[in-house]
Design a protein around this ligand. Sequence first.
Ligand code: P6P
Length: 336
Amino acid sequence: MSSKNQTLGEFIIENQSAFRYTSGELSRLLNSLRLAAKVVNHEVNKAGLVDILGAAGDVNIQGENQQKLDVYANEVFIKTLTKRNIVCGIASEEEDDFISINSQDENHQNKYIVLIDPLDGSSNIDVNVSVGTIFSIYRRVTPVGTPVTIEDFLQKGSEQVAAGYIVYGTSTMLVYTTGHGVNGFTLNPAIGSFYLSHPNMTFPETGNIYSVNEGNYLDFPLGIKKYIKYCQEEEGDRPYTSRYIGSLVSDFHRNMIKGGIYMYPKGSRNPDGKLRLLYECNPMAFLAEQAGGKSSDGYIRTLDVVPTSLHQRVPFICGSKKMVEKAEEFMREFGE
Ligand code: P6P
């Protein structure tokens, strides 16, 4: 159910009944993510004006220099989710371990956990290129009322109950799914409300955009090299166009609207790929499939990968169904 110019809040309430675990808890969770997105957006939009640019001086578990906005966004999302007492656990790209949230009420009944990449594409922050937040939501699998365990976080992506991203771009959009399609909401900064601007978003079945960091070409598996050369051949609707922003959320968003494929294969510097399964690949794969697209590591469907650790990385190929299938064909034929 949707109507143009519906606000995100109205949309969540109107579609709550379609969600099989109707309890209002997920709606409250989505509303808290909406609030956090507005707070982070405010800082991202004025990053150049205040002393918030540049590295925060720390290094996260990924071994990456933490940008101040990384740290700020991480704090905002964690505080918002914690203060509203909606979830029982949080995992973040910026946190070494998961956070167990034991509410004051000893009968802690919260049943959702959230995994988040608070500011994806942070290397773009200082050069004013769009960045994003990615979130993934599961129901806990350990008994309600007990502290969460790692088991609650190491669920397959196919178990997600909701996923989405915020892209802080020329406009700020929140795009999410609860398993009933993908809908995009654009923030009206003058009012501070998100409005339904992109109902029922779907990947075109094919497209002519490929997104990959070709600087790593020599490192790629042969199957990926062969696919890239296929994209560059003169035939039919090829050569394709190469578009790579260096911000997964932005590349994914453009490809979902125009048709395209995003690839982050493995290589010598990233033997398992660079992207993290739990809070980058799985939420984007859930969105991709809900929008009629496809996502895999070249062989196995991303949502079927059985997680083994919180920050594990996987090779990632995601986008228009026919383009991903073609890349998988080359991976099967030429492999590594
Ligand atoms: P590279 C950002 O750090 C990120 O996780 C994705 O958002 C982006 O697509 C990718 O890494 C960029 O990585 O190695 O091409 O700079």
